[in-house]
Write a protein that binds this ligand. Structure first.
Ligand code: SAH
Length: 298
């Protein structure tokens, strides 16, 4: 870590944890190389709601109608519409499978799993890549950026140990997938992105999907969001050479931040904790995020 600053008190705790943890149990999946990518939000802001109306109706069979009659009605559906039904159901199944795999790999926070089941990641990736949206890979989202793989999104979210209504600062809106996952958990999200096109696209998508509880800013996230500080939680989804001190300052006490720090494309994922004025860092595993660019980044 070049600029060396994990916070003055960070050294000891961090070193101990770095030796003890990487690659064990729940964290084993972090041994895989990971890069942030993008995903999407479901048809509603809160979990358990927001399934498209159409789908609910499709599942209910009106009393007195025979299955054959329904099959015949089905024949009048345009291929395009029936394709939409099939995709919707397929993607839902794929999300359920993804959540089961996350559980097997150590994600145990029910709120995180529910959000991962609810947010439609395929809507946050380029159309040509939608069929791969529920595989555990980062995917390109344009402008040299990527949407993180689901395992990393789930893991970082779990590390935050959130409670509903907490104020969370996210650096690197990107596709908006991670933002949408946090919003689905009932958090108040403040997200900063430096690429104008990504910022604008995410804004449009949130509006289209009815994602609520998100405030967005275009700018250098390594400076944080001073007017809105302090934040109970901070999540940084791009990797820089050191821990940006404005973020440490803007973290509430008590507060938790999760951030990749290290070299380009090869970082340690750190859990920074602030408590009673003391800042400590713990390494959780190796990751490979895109660059955190800015005054306190690359
Ligand atoms: N959370 C995103 C991940 C996107 S990749 C998602 O779910 O899709 C990381 C993002 O961080 C990129 O969009 C990149 O432009 C952005 N970024 C890099 N440095 C930044 C900075 N200093 N401030 C704000 N955003 C930054």
């Amino acid at each position: 870590m070049k600029k060396g600053s994990m916070g003055r008190n960070a050294g000891e705790d961090g070193d101990r944890a770095m030796r003890a943890e990487p690659g064990h149990g729940a964290l084993a999946f972090l041994r895989k190389t990971v890069i942030p990518y993008k995903g999407i939000f479901a048809h509603g802001k809160r979990l358990g709601k927001g399934r498209p109306h159409r789908n609910r109706r499709a599942r209910r069979r009106p009393a007195g109608l025979s299955p054959l009659f329904l099959v015949r009605i089905g024949c009048f559906m345009t291929p395009q519409r029936s394709g939409q039904y099939r995709n919707f159901a397929d993607y839902k199944r794929q999300r359920a499978r993804m959540a089961r795999q996350l559980e097997e790999r150590g994600i145990s926070d029910e709120a995180v799993l529910a959000a991962m089941r609810a947010v439609q990641r395929h809507l946050f990736v380029p159309e040509a890549l939608q069929s791969r949206a529920y595989e555990d890979h980062p995917l390109p989202i344009g402008f040299g950026q990527t949407i993180s793989q689901p395992a990393v999104v789930a893991f970082m979210t779990q590390v935050l140990e959130t409670r509903p209504d907490m104020r969370v600062l996210e650096i690197g809106t990107g596709s908006g997938y991670q933002t949408a996952v946090l919003a689905a958990m009932g958090l108040r999200v403040f997200t900063v992105e430096r690429v104008e096109e990504l910022h604008a696209a995410a804004r449009e998508l949130f509006a289209a999907l009815g994602v609520e509880g998100v405030r967005m800013k275009l700018g250098d996230g390594t400076l944080g969001w001073k007017d809105q500080a302090p934040f109970d939680r901070i999540i940084v989804t791009a990797g820089g050479p050191a821990l940006p001190h404005p973020l440490v300052e803007q973290l509430a006490d008590p507060g938790i931040m999760v951030i990749p720090v290290g070299k380009k494309r090869a970082q340690r994922l750190l859990r920074i904790s602030k408590r009673d004025g003391r800042v400590t860092a713990r390494a959780l595993g190796d990751v490979a995020f895109v660059d955190l660019v800015g005054d306190h980044g690359w």
